[in-house]
Design a protein around this ligand. Structure first.
Ligand SMILES: [Ca+2]
Ligand SMILES: [Ca+2]
Length: 500
């Protein structure tokens, strides 16, 4: 018995979510990493201690080292807007620019004030900000509007605060974290105001549209849904670890990385987190999402045992669609239920001619909730028509234009029952107050006609009974005149598939 349980668990784990893989540790990059950036799926950069920048051109499998600064300096951030054009910041106040993928650098010693540079963000090729300063010294945000040629200091903050992470969601609205405060600007950094005081040191931000997250010391996780006007503390994962960075794929799905190899994952906007197995106890300081891959990296300081580590994880979820659908014959409005759960096959079609079929999934639609969860393992994120088939019904397509579906761990909901227009060409039958797939295409020819009338008539004449009988249109386990009536009505109205 014990053996069979083990086998089942192994079987299940091989189909669970993707795993983190350690791409490189120690030797490839001898010092801890601070920031990672992937301008494309293949090309990535990692900046860290010892003045080191490393580069990959194969998605992180191999890394090539360069040393733009003396080893006593620390590169604090790396930001590439293309495979070749990027910027770096360093603790000695140096700002570096490359236009050849890190082979050569233009080095700028001062972007406003002396002092360490901590972070940098660019909203387009020309406009960017960086944060700098030292404890008890000159603390500032500096802005460029010409790709880093000129910089203007925007504001001195209170002496005790040092600005670290900075992010802009557009040319006007941006955030810096300073100590336990989140500062916000709505005028491109001309003025900054404290928007939220957390009580814990804040490390960094990530924004997806109006939704943003911030993480920090002592397990701090914060969330905003109105572009940072209001912030709420998320307490759903209890940890005291230092959280360094978060990367979100959409408003609800994202990762948080932190001390001792901690990686947290949520698919519901932080309502709950699960801890993913990282395979390391090293500090993870940075994470980056690009297309279907996330990387994170870290390490601690320059001592040999604390050298850098890079982990990666493929996002190989299916597209998940929760469909609500009713089947005319077996739906009873009086009881608001179907006479049985039924198997439904769902296809995804491209929305441009010739409307190629891309993927399919089969599931059961519940007799009471009218819902089923369909998982598509082959389709990539994209816009698709959702076409539904059932062994007794007319194939029914989703409304004009298609639906945007993502393979990002989220579940997309589509409800065919609320309105005729939820189906392409309004091709559904109103029964009670709900819309249903037409019943009667028993040979799946795409239309309902005399062929099906003959089939039902024949079985009714022979008093055929039983469950899941093809000609038992209303699912009462008897083939009779009431089944014939449904088919007759639809045949009379020339009901057939309506699709682009
Ligand atoms: Ca037919
Ligand atoms: Ca029947």
């Amino acid at each position: 018995m014990k053996t069979s349980i083990t086998v089942i668990l192994l079987f299940m784990s091989s189909f669970s979510a993707a795993q983190w893989v350690i791409q490189t540790e120690g030797q490839a990059i001898p010092h801890a990493a601070n920031d990672i950036c992937f301008p494309s799926q293949d090309t990535g950069y990692l900046a860290g201690w010892g003045g080191k920048l490393v580069k990959t051109t194969n998605g992180g499998n191999n890394w090539i080292e360069s040393s733009p600064l003396p080893s006593s300096e620390i590169l604090t951030s790396v930001h590439f807007r293309s495979n070749t054009d990027g910027y770096l910041t360093a603790t000695n106040g140096t700002w570096l620019k490359t236009t050849d993928g890190g082979n050569t650098f233009v080095i700028r010693q001062n972007v406003g004030y002396p002092g360490s540079l901590h972070d940098m963000t660019f909203i387009d090729d020309l406009t960017g900000w960086c944060t700098g300063g030292n404890e008890g010294g000159s603390n500032f945000v500096s802005k460029t509007t010409n790709g880093g040629i000129n910089w203007s200091v925007q504001r001195n903050f209170p002496e005790q605060d040092v600005p670290y992470s900075i992010v802009f969601v557009n040319h006007d609205t941006g955030f810096v974290c300073m100590g336990t405060n989140i500062y916000r600007t709505v005028n491109g950094g001309s003025t900054w105001n404290i928007q939220f005081t957390c009580g814990k040191f804040i490390s960094s931000f990530d924004f997806i549209g109006e939704t943003g997250y911030a993480v920090g010391k002592f397990g701090a996780i914060l969330k905003t849904t109105n572009t940072g006007v209001n912030w709420t503390v998320i307490n759903t994962f209890n940890t005291n670890q230092y959280l360094f960075e978060c990367s979100f794929l959409n408003e609800s799905t994202g990762w948080v990385v932190g001390d001792t190899g901690l990686i947290l994952f949520t698919t519901n906007g932080g309502n709950s987190f699960i801890q993913e197995t990282s395979g390391t106890t090293k500090r993870l300081t940075t994470s980056y999402l690009r297309d279907s891959t996330i990387w994170c990296a870290g390490g601690l300081g320059t001592s040999p045992g604390n050298s850098s580590i890079i982990l990666t994880r493929k996002l190989d979820w299916p597209i998940q669609v929760n469909l609500k659908i009713l089947i005319e014959g077996i739906y009873y409005p009086l009881f608001n239920q179907m006479s049985r759960r039924d198997t439904v096959k769902v296809y995804l079609f491209e929305t441009v001619s010739p409307f190629n079929r891309v993927d399919s999934a089969t599931s059961t639609v519940d007799s009471l909730t009218f819902s089923g969860l369909f998982k598509f393992y082959n389709a990539n994120s994209g816009t698709y028509y959702i076409a539904v088939k059932n062994f007794q019904s007319i194939e029914t397509w989703s409304k004009l234009g298609g639906e945007i579906l993502y393979n990002d761990g989220s579940i997309y909901s589509y409800n065919f029952t609320t309105s005729a227009s939820q189906a392409y060409g309004n091709n559904m039958k109103l029964k009670g107050s709900k819309y249903c797939m037409y019943s009667g295409d028993l040979n799946q020819s795409g239309f309902i006609d005399g062929t099906e009338l003959a089939m039902v008539h024949n079985d009714a004449s022979n008093f055929v009974t039983g469950s899941n009988v093809l000609t038992d249109i209303n699912g009462d386990q008897t083939v009779d005149g009431s089944d014939y009536l449904i088919v007759d009505n639809n045949a009379f109205n020339f009901i057939g598939v309506v699709r682009p």
